[in-house]
Structures are given as structure tokens and as C-alpha cells.
Write a protein that binds this ligand. Structure first.
Ligand SMILES: Nc1ncnc2c1ncn2[C@@H]1O[C@H](COP(=O)(O)OP(=O)(O)OP(=O)(O)O)[C@@H](O)[C@H]1O
Length: 326
């Protein structure tokens, strides 16, 4: 990475590493020391206003990255900046510029009514009164929190609590929002509400969003760019659609023939399934279906056909599996 790219990135990491020292008891008085390289030579930048998906299998290093970006953890090596700030050195100053939502944990006060957590944030972040009111009103309206403000947090459903947490992270107008599994465990309606709100936030306020999730629909619906991490290393950085090529995925042509026939034979496609007169042909996702269809129509009694796009989850699963083998 050039120094210019590093300093211009709103979020910028250069050769960042995080190594944990783990001690395991192996006998009565024996302990074994082991190093876990959670993040390894990680470099990327995120521009102001971008909404980027950050995905990877369990234990890939996603949470460790987010913790370093908030200043909770100090990198073992490398350079890291968020809004020009070194997070671990100036954690307090950075706290005013970022918002964090961990889907699995809440930052709200469990026994207090929701509104009390917001009042505390108002004071803690020293948010000017007018700004606080405006942000609160907006979050209450868009996240439909009005009826929940006086309810103790412990009585909220998961989806209500999540919406409450997102509002809490935004009252101080952060320029960057880290979201760790913001739709985990939510039903379809709650997921749609959260996604709609995030889209609006990003469009209206140009809030930079780094989104970690295992739900690929979050990414499909929100992010034009996705980064895939595995074993602490960046495996892919680009548009979601590009993952198909990176994962060497295949599309499927489903053909209905006039009658049952042996598997059809056409170049650059292979029959993967036959059921009566219907046959499934796999062909590379980057290739056009047109010549294949023309050839089939010329040589076989074709009645109907359709093309199926590769399933993005299958593409990613294949990428992870290939990495694990190599
Ligand atoms: N405090 C710690 N001490 C020791 N090892 C740790 C610590 N935190 C994380 N690790 C290890 O670092 C690796 C990366 O963990 P991390 O939590 O960043 O992964 P993740 O991608 O967020 O996974 P998940 O999707 O399961 O949340 C794992 O092998 C994990 O066991």
C-alpha cells in the first residue's frame, strides 16, 4: 500500500497483525504456550461514506479486527488509523467519532427503561441538547421505538433490543459505524426494518459502515463491496458479484426435452442431474448461456429452459473449503 492510500483511507490498515499468547494446561503443573495469529498482514482501506461487508468463517479474525478498530485491542504489528486517529492510542477521542453495535451483546442498561440509556449517552458524549433531540426523534421514528422508550431493556424482544442498540450507537452522530451481526436472530420483518434504516442512514448522512455478518442477505442488500477474511488474511476484496468469478462458480441451465434421453453432450457444460425429460447442465458463471442454448436447440428436441444463478452462499462455502485444503 502506498503511504498516500494509507493516509487518505478513512479506515486504513497496513500490515496489521494481532497475535494472542494462549496458555493451555497440559498436566498437573505443566502449561503449554501457543501463539494464535488472529489477524495476519491485513491491509485495506475504506473510503468515507462506503458501506462494506466484512465476512469470513468462525474464528477468521473479524471481531479481532473490529476490536482493533475501536481501540479495545492493540495490534501486535502494523499501522492502523480511523478518521486519522490511532485507535489504541486515542481510544477516548475516537469514541466520539465511532458507533459500535455488537448483535450478541447489548450496550443498553438492562434494568432501566430504554430512554434512560439514551439520556446517559447524551451526558456521556456531551451531545448538544438540540442535536440529541433531533437524532433521538429521527431514530425513534425510523426504528419505531416510540412505544418502547419506557420499557426496561430486559423486557424487550431481541429485534426491539437490537433497534434500541442501533439508536444508542448513533445519538452522538458517529462518522463510522461498526456493526457486528446486527440481524442475528431477528425475524424477517425486523431484519427488513434494520436493513432499511441502515440504507437510509448511509444515503442521508454518508456514515461509513463496516458490517460483519454471517447473513449474506445483509451484504447483498446493503453493500456494494465485500471483504472476505480467513485465517486472519484478506482473501477477497471487491464487489459481491465478483465473488462468483473468484470462487469459480457455475451457473445451471435447466432444460426440458420432449422425451427422456441419455445425458446431452455439448461443449463447456456437463450434465449434473437427470430426472425424466429434465436435465441440469452446469457451466462456468463467467460464460454466456447463448451459444449453449443455440447448440442444444439445434441438436436436441428442446421444449423449455431456464438459467439458475449460482448460490452466493455455496460460492463462499467453496472458497473457504478450498482455502482450508490449500
Ligand atoms: N482474547 C483472545 N485470546 C486468545 N485467542 C483469541 C482471543 N480472541 C480471539 N482469539 C482467537 O483469534 C482467532 C480469531 O477470532 P475472532 O473472534 O476474531 O474471529 P471471528 O472471525 O470474529 O469469529 P466468529 O465469526 O466466530 O465471531 C480465533 O482463533 C480465536 O480463538
Amino acid at each position: 500500500m502506498t503511504d498516500g492510500a494509507f493516509t487518505e483511507g478513512f479506515i486504513a490498515l497496513e500490515n496489521v497483525e494481532k497475535v494472542f499468547d494462549v496458555r493451555k494446561k497440559t498436566g498437573f503443573l505443566k502449561r503449554e504456550r501457543r501463539e494464535v495469529r488472529a489477524v495476519d498482514s491485513l491491509s485495506f482501506t475504506v473510503a468515507c461514506g462506503e458501506m462494506v461487508g466484512y465476512i469470513g468463517p468462525n474464528g477468521a479474525g473479524k471481531s479481532t479486527t473490529i476490536k482493533m478498530l475501536t481501540g479495545i485491542l492493540t495490534p501486535s504489528a502494523g499501522r492502523l488509523r480511523v478518521a486519522g486517529i490511532d485507535p489504541s492510542r486515542e481510544r477516548r477521542r475516537l469514541a466520539h467519532r465511532i458507533g459500535v453495535v455488537f448483535g450478541q451483546r447489548t450496550t443498553l442498561w438492562w434494568d432501566l427503561p430504554l430512554i434512560d440509556s439514551y439520556r446517559l449517552a447524551h451526558r456521556m458524549y456531551r451531545i448538544p441538547d438540540a442535536r440529541y433531540r433531533e437524532n433521538l426523534d429521527r431514530c425513534v421514528e425510523l426504528l419505531e421505538l416510540e412505544a418502547l422508550l419506557d420499557v426496561p431493556v430486559r423486557q424487550l424482544s431481541l429485534g426491539q433490543r437490537m433497534r434500541g442498540d442501533i439508536a444508542a450507537a448513533l445519538l452522538h452522530d458517529p462518522e463510522v459505524l461498526y456493526l457486528d451481526e446486527p440481524t442475528i436472530g431477528l425475524d424477517v420483518v425486523s431484519k427488513a426494518k434494520v436493513r432499511g434504516f441502515l440504507r437510509e442512514l448511509n444515503a442521508e448522512r454518508a456514515t461509513t459502515v463496516l458490517l460483519t455478518t454471517h447473513d449474506l442477505q445483509d451484504i447483498e442488500q446493503l453493500c456494494s463491496r465485500v471483504m472476505v477474511i480467513d485465517h486472519g488474511r484478506l482473501m477477497y476484496d471487491g464487489p459481491l458479484t465478483g465473488l462468483h468469478e473468484a470462487g469459480e462458480s457455475e451457473r445451471t441451465l435447466v432444460v426440458d426435452l420432449e422425451r427422456e434421453l441419455p445425458p446431452v453432450e455439448v461443449p463447456s457444460a456437463r450434465v449434473v442431474r437427470v430426472e425424466g425429460p429434465r436435465q441440469w447442465l452446469a457451466f462456468p458463471a463467467g460464460q454466456s448461456a447463448a451459444p449453449l442454448v443455440a447448440r442444444l436447440a439445434a441438436e436436441y428436441p428442446l421444449v423449455d429452459l431456464s438459467v439458475r444463478e449460482p448460490d452466493i452462499e455455496a460460492v463462499i462455502a467453496k472458497m473457504y473449503a478450498e482455502k482450508a485444503v490449500s
